[in-house]
Design a protein around this ligand. Structure first.
Ligand code: NAI
Ligand code: MG
Length: 354
């Protein structure tokens, strides 16, 4: 299995180095892995003048799975839009057809106090957001900034979903629900937006193929409220690209730290890009204090979804639980009575637990 590692920018190289230690342990224990590395985002712009250069693209297309740190940083904010690091991320997702973004939000019992919500609201939380990643208003044409007929400047984007795009993300979500709590909530804004009225119609039709899954629908504004009011009512949530972007960030905060949350972006054959849900955290980059656990948990998702190796996935997840139980914490999850450790020490602790 070929794994391409894209360290990226900011804290990316620091957190990815810890995940690499984990992959190396698995490799030494007999997992057939070939690790390669390439730049993406700002690092790629610096080296090749493009956030998703051909060198990276070639290796990405050949890989079975990709592990990404994060991209972006203030030094790139003045670049033309097509050259910005974040465009590299959009480009690789689109290039590899990674339409299914899975973002679990799990509250580990050891971190019960990390959430800003009351323990009874979030304790035991385990939800999965399935976000469509290659369509919607982020990619729909036409788009741009123009001068209209009245001579005023205006910005515009197009919210667009083809039926096939809705069905393929629907299958991923229904099947994920089948393997979990058998409840799927489809989030839309069908009362106002035709695109999502269509989405709701297709999801309703698909439910006939999955009689064991209980499908419900919720308007996105209500979903935003329910996620903080009673998040445990959800099992799997499926939604489009823009609603999923916002709701998954909101859900991530229920668990206290974005430093704990992995993600997977899959194509139709379970080839995947795995990355922490957070960004490149330029404010703490280069200090060896970032939390590497989201990236390490992304490796567990890689083992589960691309390599179909549930035992290895659980081994990694259990190692993470073990270091939390030992009281080891990076700064973002530190609280009185626990032991503050650096990013690299956390990586070493996970290796020891493995
Ligand atoms: P961010 O997620 O990088 O940081 C938000 C806050 O969380 C910061 O205070 C940061 O220090 C903290 N944080 C994030 N990850 C952490 C970790 N592993 N351990 C401890 N603390 C952590 O979001 P922000 O600041 O909005 O964006 C920074 C840059 O990252 C921007 O250039 C943005 O475009 C980019 N970005 C990239 C993403 C990606 O590569 N997938 C996703 C989101 C943002
Ligand atoms: Mg986001």
């Amino acid at each position: 299995m070929k794994v391409l590692i894209l360290p990226g920018d900011g804290i990316g190289p620091e957190i990815v180095a810890q995940a690499k230690k984990v992959l190396t342990v698995l490799k030494n224990d007999g997992l057939d892995l070939e690790l390669q590395e390439a730049p993406l985002g700002g690092a790629a712009y610096d080296q090749y003048g493009s956030p998703y250069p051909e060198f990276t693209q070639k290796l990405a297309r050949e890989a079975d799975a990709i592990l990404l740190g994060a991209v972006g940083g203030p030094q790139y904010d003045t670049l033309d839009r097509p050259l910005r690091p974040e465009r590299g991320l959009l480009a690789i997702r689109k290039d590899l057809n990674l339409f299914a973004n899975l973002r679990p939000a799990i509250l580990y019992p050891e971190l019960a106090n990390a959430s800003t919500l009351k323990p009874e609201v979030v304790s035991g939380l385990d939800i999965l957001i399935v976000r469509e990643l290659t369509g919607d208003i982020y990619f729909g044409q036409p788009r741009g900034i123009r001068v209209n007929e009245a001579g005023e400047r205006e910005g515009f984007n197009t919210m667009l979903y083809a039926e096939s795009e809705i069905r393929r993300i629907g299958h991923v979500a229904f099947q994920a629900a089948q393997k979990r709590g058998k409840k799927l909530c489809s989030v839309d804004k069908a009362n106002v937006l035709e695109t999502t009225e269509f989405w709701k119609e297709i999801m309703t039709d698909m439910a006939k193929e999955y009689p064991d899954v209980e499908l419900s629908h919720m308007l996105v504004d209500n979903a935003a409220m329910q996620l903080v009011k009673a998040p445990k009512q959800f099992d799997v949530i499926v939604t489009g690209n823009i609603f999923g972007d916002i709701l998954s960030d909101e859900a991530s905060m229920l668990t206290g730290s974005i430093g704990m949350l992995p993600s997977a972006s899959l194509d139709a054959n379970n080839k995947g890009l795995y990355e922490p849900s957070h960004g490149s955290a330029p404010d703490i980059a280069g200090k060896d204090i970032a939390n590497p656990l989201a990236t390490i948990l992304s490796v567990a998702m890689m083992l589960r979804y691309t390599f179909n190796n549930e035992a290895a996935a659980l081994r990694v997840e259990n190692a993470v639980k073990k270091v939390l139980a030992q009281g080891l914490r990076t700064g973002d999850i530190f609280e009185a009575g626990t032991t503050r450790v650096s990013c690299s020490a956390m990586g070493d602790a996970v290796v020891a637990a493995l």
